[in-house]
Design a binder for this molecule. Structure first.
Ligand code: SF4
Length: 291
């Protein structure tokens, strides 16, 4: 039995060993109780109405005509509550353990399916599924790529991040804080959190952007030197989430400043944040939506 506290700490350290995960080099399975984004089997979805009715953020929305229905699923609004899966009697909606949903374009988080309808309102047939944005002009694409290459060249190796809470519930902050612990260890990528936007390369912004934080966010953005990237964190940061747009909130970071990467989740787990940050600086690829 070692009585000296210093030796006890050293003994525990040796016994515990290395706890840092190898992500993204090696996959990091989510915790057993983790619930990720829902997936939708559009081909076999007999009726979208029950799921749309229970969705608390209107991430599933419906537009109907006489004999057809358009169903839109917006992962930028989804809070991963799983209620749509519980409400769907046919099992076409299920919860997954997917978390790497970060996207460079807001429109890439939206899927639209169109159905013809039976007389009772159930789906007769799927006519089309559309995901993401239309291809942009080649010149625009080239300009975007050039800018992205420059950002990746300058920021790809070392990155200073300024976190901005623009009115969040602090759920995202809890997950962001975890990035600094020995398990996720953000510093192994040469990335650090800094106190001043003047020292930052990236703004990691949470919250639906309250009107009281609008000016502060704008000033923070202007104080950050170019080239800079902005990451909108969580359903609130992307779309206002459960708060949406109202008398007190503006409905997402891109309502105030340009956003480069959108990281869905409520809150996004640390690995989802890591994926989004690495995607922003060109060190990871986009994975796409769950199927
Ligand atoms: S998991 Fe997402 S889509 Fe499903 S009900 Fe919850 S918020 Fe809506």
């Amino acid at each position: 039995m070692i009585s000296n506290p210093i030796f006890r700490i050293l003994q525990k350290t040796v016994q515990t060993g290395m706890v840092t995960i190898g992500y993204p080099g090696t996959p990091a399975p989510p915790a057993v109780r983790f619930r990720g984004a829902p997936s939708f089997d559009f081909d076999n979805w007999h009726d979208a109405r029950p799921a749309a009715e229970v969705c608390p953020t209107e991430a599933i929305s419906i537009e109907e005509w006489e004999d057809s229905r358009q169903v839109t699923v917006d992962y930028g609004l989804c809070v991963y509550c799983g209620q749509c899966a519980e409400a769907d009697p046919f099992g076409a909606v299920r919860t997954t353990r997917e978390f790497e949903l970060a996207a460079l374009d807001r429109r890439d988080l939206i899927v639209t399916a169109e159905y013809t309808l039976n007389s009772d309102g159930t789906h007769r047939g799927l006519t089309q599924v559309h995901q993401g944005h239309e291809p942009v002009e080649e010149a625009e694409q080239r300009a975007k790529q050039k800018l992205a290459d420059r950002i990746h060249r300058v920021l790809g190796r070392s990155l200073d991040i300024r976190e901005v809470d623009a009115g969040s519930c602090n759920g995202c902050e809890v997950e962001i804080t975890a990035l600094n612990n020995p398990v996720y260890d953000l510093e192994r990528f040469g990335m650090h959190f800094v106190a001043s936007p003047r020292h930052a390369d990236m703004l990691l912004v949470t919250g639906p952007v309250t009107r009281n934080m609008e000016l502060a966010l704008l000033k923070t953005y202007r104080a950050t030197p170019d080239p800079k990237v902005v990451v909108a964190v969580g359903a609130c940061g992307i779309s206002g989430g459960i708060f949406g747009r109202n008398y007190a909130t503006l409905g997402g970071v891109d309502q105030v400043i340009p956003v480069d990467v959108f990281v869905p989740g409520c809150p996004p787990r640390p690995l989802a944040l890591l994926h989004g940050i690495l995607l922003a600086v060109g060190r990871m690829e986009r994975k796409g939506l769950p199927r």
